[in-house]
Design a protein around this ligand. Structure first.
Ligand code: GAR
Length: 190
């Protein structure tokens, strides 16, 4: 049966597009994107998804408490019969309610070699610590911050003269390869 994934974004959505491309070219087989959800009404990725004919939905925070917001998202995901949820630049920490509702069915991509540099500004953290390499990680989401079981990683060098921008771009190129591979792996074995 065709698996249905939901992608949660807050911004640009380039990882979301990488996943959509991978579904289209068969890297992630027998899968469709049920919908893309953003917590930010002005997320750039929404228009891109829309242009590609992908269903989009904005579920704004509206100053609500985390769990209240998440309850609305979970009810949509259930109604859409989603098998897997991919966080792709989704910049809100999930409540335990959300994590428990989809136990072991939520993935996240993070721009560092976890467990190094969790949280915000991972690329800046790597530079400030003088790391010689960094990279990206796809992991299961649990109730820790970027601390769930690791599925796959890719490494990049940190080069002399790197800025947050140059390092982020080098990592992002690897994210676009890593996330589709990791999703394909999880769906194959799940
Ligand atoms: C990506 O670099 C992703 O790893 C990062 O945000 C960017 C989103 O880009 N996520 C986090 O930092 C999560 N803590 P995108 O919107 O173009 O996919």
């Amino acid at each position: 049966m065709t698996k249905r994934i939901a992608i949660l974004i807050s911004g640009r959505g380039s990882n979301m597009i990488a996943l959509a491309d991978a579904i289209q070219n068969g890297t992630i087989p027998n899968t469709e994107i049920a919908l893309v959800i953003s917590d930010q009404p002005d997320a750039k990725g929404l228009a891109v998804a829309d242009q590609r004919g992908i269903k989009t939905l904005v579920i704004p925070r509206r100053g609500r408490k985390r769990e209240e917001h998440d309850r609305e998202i979970v009810s949509v995901l259930r109604a859409e019969r989603v098998d897997l949820i991919c966080l792709a630049g989704y910049m809100r920490v999930l409540s335990p309610y959300f994590v428990d509702a989809f136990k072991n069915r939520i993935l996240n991509i993070h721009p560092s070699l976890l467990p190094l540099f969790p949280g915000l500004d991972a690329q800046r953290q790597a530079l400030e610590h003088g790391a010689e390499k960094s990279g990206c990680t796809v992991h299961y989401v649990d109730n820790t911050l970027d601390g769930g079981p690791i599925i796959a990683q890719r490494t990049v060098p940190v080069l002399p003269g790197d800025t947050v921008e140059t390092l982020s771009a080098r990592i992002l190129a690897q994210e676009h390869i890593l996330y589709p591979e990791a999703v394909a792996l999880v769906l194959k074995h799940g």
